[in-house]
Write a protein that binds this ligand. Structure first.
Ligand SMILES: [Zn+2]
Ligand SMILES: [Zn+2]
Ligand SMILES: [Zn+2]
Length: 112
């Protein structure tokens, strides 16, 4: 038996983490991936944030207007949350599509 590796936790376990912390970790991973926020999302998002920091101008894939850093969100497909379409407005565009059917160009012309 050894002590759980989570800092501040003194529970003895035969695994890396105690039962409580294993459960908490699985849950955090599961919910993030279910919502489409995985490592790929983090990587693309970090790249966009870095681009904006360099002064590059990103445009929203939904409305094609410029996305300012404070209003930036990396947008998912409305139809399939595992597909990332690109930068979009956090306010206004992020939750804009309630009409059904993702409006991204890739669904209209597969080449795009
Ligand atoms: Zn623990
Ligand atoms: Zn927009
Ligand atoms: Zn889509």
């Amino acid at each position: 038996m050894r002590v759980c590796i989570e800092s501040g936790c003194g529970t003895l376990t035969d695994k890396t983490r105690c039962l409580e912390h294993r459960r908490a970790k699985d849950q955090a991973r599961g919910t993030r991936q279910e919502r489409g926020y995985d490592a790929e999302y983090d990587r693309l998002r970090a790249a966009d944030v870095a681009a904006m920091a360099r002064g590059e101008v990103l445009t929203c894939w939904r409305c094609e207007r410029v996305v300012m850093p404070h209003d930036y969100s990396l947008g998912h497909c409305d139809d399939d949350r595992s597909i990332i379409h690109g930068p979009e407005h956090l306010h206004g565009c992020n939750l804009a599509n309630t009409r059904g059917g993702c409006p991204h160009a890739s669904h209209i012309s597969p080449a795009a």
